[in-house]
Design a protein around this ligand. Sequence first.
Ligand code: UDP
Length: 235
Amino acid sequence: MKYKRILLKLSGEALNGGDKSQVINSAILVQFAKEIKKVVDAGCEVAIVIGGGNIYRGASADSGIDRSQGDYMGMLATVINGMAVQSILENNGLQTRLLSAIKMEQIAEPFIRRRAIRHLEKGRVVIFGAGTGNPYFSTDSGGALRANEIEAEVLLKGTNVDGVYDKDPRKNDDAVKYTEITFEDAINKGLKVMDRTAFTLCQENELPIIVFDMNGEGNLLRVVNGEPIGTLVKD
Ligand code: UDP
């Protein structure tokens, strides 16, 4: 196994498969749980950060709701998603802990870095809820932050596209996928891997990012084993 401790970032929309008529598609979550179980059973320590975009995004709101207020609402949305993921993972035989950056003791442990690491060492899947706990950030930034804090070897961005392309592959038949790219080249070419704050945090701390298709069966295990599927972004 190439990576023994990973942080897996999933967007909120991954949980409903892009179908806006539902918040969470439990069939998709069961599929994710099976993929995650494969890597845990292989001995990999797994932490997860989930977005909240399937429920609420603060930044995009033209709703008359203040930015900070909306961002806190978005963070609460990530906890709802975290609870769903926790439940489905446990129903599929995994041990988990949900750690929230905003205190809500009845449903999640408070985020304490050392405790998170201890859970990982014991083979528990750690789900980080409420992003960074601060407005004006995203869960990509939360993922980058937590990945660094727990000394993950890689940040895996599970999406429904199989990597980073030179242009949008859904709109351009001639789009070319990068197997590997440096942080600098990704910036110079204007490629969007994560938002800029998250990207910089990874770059400055030399934390590699792999963008891959989370929906493909066995893909997560392949990535953890170091197979070159997806796109590796590194120094
Ligand atoms: N959010 C925040 N601080 C954080 C993480 C998230 O304020 O550290 C809020 C922000 O409003 C964001 C929303 O939570 O729009 C949902 O997260 P995100 O948009 O990153 O979810 P994703 O796009 O991954 O589903």
